[in-house]
Design a protein around this ligand. Structure first.
Ligand SMILES: [Zn+2]
Length: 455
């Protein structure tokens, strides 16, 4: 009974608008919130067990009785993976009628994951987004121009749902060339800009030479950013750049940065977070269970992102715990200025190029604020390097137009380097295909950036 009452209070609070909602939510004591989360977890689990063919079958096979489980940890070694979504298809996860769907290429395979939602879920996420943007200082008089990619991507929808609550002016530019954005967006006098980090870095380079305009803040989602790149953006605009952490599967924010920019405050109202296989330092894979979804709930979904869960108080004064900075990914996929790249991306680009051996390796690093993808290939004749690079560019243009487009927008550099046959493997049995050498933690300047200072 108590959880139901608290839940009602929470829902009423969230419908009052960001400012009043914050005031009302503060009055709900922690134990009451925890009771709501537990009640939502039990409800989500029962729904999944009854209506989703995937979960029904998995629980049956493992002898798990959803009615007896009250905490995610009681599910033992059961998890849901991105591979499950791809292999079984979204239909196997559906528990209700969907109004819309989004896709994510955030995978190590070319097959997208499809995730379905109702408009009620969109509106709920919009209310929380509005709450957070209000905390960051967004007000009705602000003017937003967003450059989120609108193609099958969830972020523009979540943003719009949030902005509707605040009621400020909002133009959706789509992910166009930052040069064009700079020329066209200025006319709307935006005070807040939304986009992907690598795109915002490129826009800031342009603004540095052509002149910035006054901004309240910038907000980036979709990939990580190095602190050296964040500093460049903030120096150019004289305004903070905040990051969001989310996935299409989570429908928007799992967490978002506050003004301290020291980890992402967790959305504990709508998700139950756990860590899988934590190491002695407390880093593990972020795993989440959705608590408010009834179209396509996900139970113990493996994010493949490695981070810590931090419950120490934050200097910003917000009570919610945090997800620490993302340290890396468990799979071989790397999110960078090129896009979401895994081994299959380079297999496709290199397919059919003569002289190149089967062993290759892609290394992502920083050169100043920009990502550089170094594609290492093995060649019998090193003088063929330029020809191989030409072929790589041609194949990208023809076969991977999205990656090519990001290169034309100068969101990253692609360099092909030649290596002697048999050297990339270096005697190892397994060749790591895609390596992320960027340092995301702390304020340390990446080595690549240091070496290039002053050049
Ligand atoms: Zn904080």
């Amino acid at each position: 009974m108590l959880p139901r009452l608290v839940e009602l209070a929470e829902q009423i609070a969230l419908r009052t608008g960001p400012e009043r909602a914050l005031g009302l939510l503060r009055h709900i004591p922690d134990p009451a919130f925890e009771a709501v989360r537990r009640a939502r977890f039990r409800r989500t689990l029962r729904l999944a067990a009854e209506r989703s063919p995937f979960y029904r079958e998995q629980f049956r096979r493992r002898g798990l009785d959803a009615r007896r489980i009250t905490h995610p940890s009681q599910l033992g070694d059961f998890y849901t993976t991105g591979e499950d979504l791809r292999a079984h298809g979204a239909d196997a996860f559906l528990t209700g009628r969907a109004d819309t769907a989004f896709e994510t290429t955030g995978t190590t395979s070319p097959v997208p994951k499809r995730v379905f939602f109702s408009l009620r879920e969109v509106a709920d996420m919009g209310r929380l987004t509005a709450l957070w943007l209000h905390i960051l200082g967004l007000r009705r008089e602000d003017r937003i121009v967003s450059a989120f990619d609108c193609s099958f991507w969830v972020s523009p929808w979540v943003l719009r749902a949030g902005v509707e609550q605040i009621g400020c002016f909002h133009v959706e530019a789509g992910k166009i060339d930052p040069l064009e954005f700079y020329a066209r967006a200025k006319a709307y006098a935006p005070t807040v800009i939304f986009g992907e980090p690598s795109w915002i870095v490129r826009l800031s380079e342009i603004a540095k030479t052509r002149g910035p305009w006054p901004l309240k803040f910038l907000f980036a989602g979709g990939e990580n950013i190095a602190e050296v790149a964040r500093r460049l953006v903030e120096d150019v605009w004289g305004a903070p750049l905040y990051l969001n952490y989310g996935q299409t599967e989570s429908f928007g924010a799992l967490g978002a940065e506050c003004r301290m920019k020291n980890g992402y405050h967790r959305n504990d109202l709508y998700f139950f977070f756990e860590l899988a296989n934590p190491d002695p330092d407390g880093f593990g894979e972020i795993v989440y269970t959705t608590l408010s979804r009834d179209v396509m709930p996900l139970i113990r979904y493996r994010s493949t992102d490695v981070a810590r869960l931090v419950d120490d108080p934050c200097a910003c004064g917000v009570d919610m715990g945090r997800i620490g900075k993302i340290r890396g990914r468990c799979d071989e996929m790397v999110v960078c200025g090129m896009g979401n790249v895994g081994p299959w991306v380079f297999d496709e680009i290199l397919r059919g190029i003569e002289d190149i051996g089967d062993d290759w390796q892609a290394v992502v690093r920083h050169d100043g604020p920009r990502d550089v993808v170094e594609l290492r290939v093995e060649l019998d004749d090193p003088s063929r390097r330029a020809a191989a690079e030409d072929a790589v560019h041609r194949h990208m243009r023809e076969r991977s137009p999205d990656f090519w487009k990001n290169r034309e927008m100068q969101l990253y550099d692609l360099r092909v380097t030649a290596h002697k046959v048999g050297t990339l493997r270096g005697g190892g049995r397994k060749l790591r295909r895609v390596i992320d050498e960027r340092q995301m933690l702390g304020g340390a300047q990446p080595r690549a950036a240091r070496e290039n200072t002053g050049s």
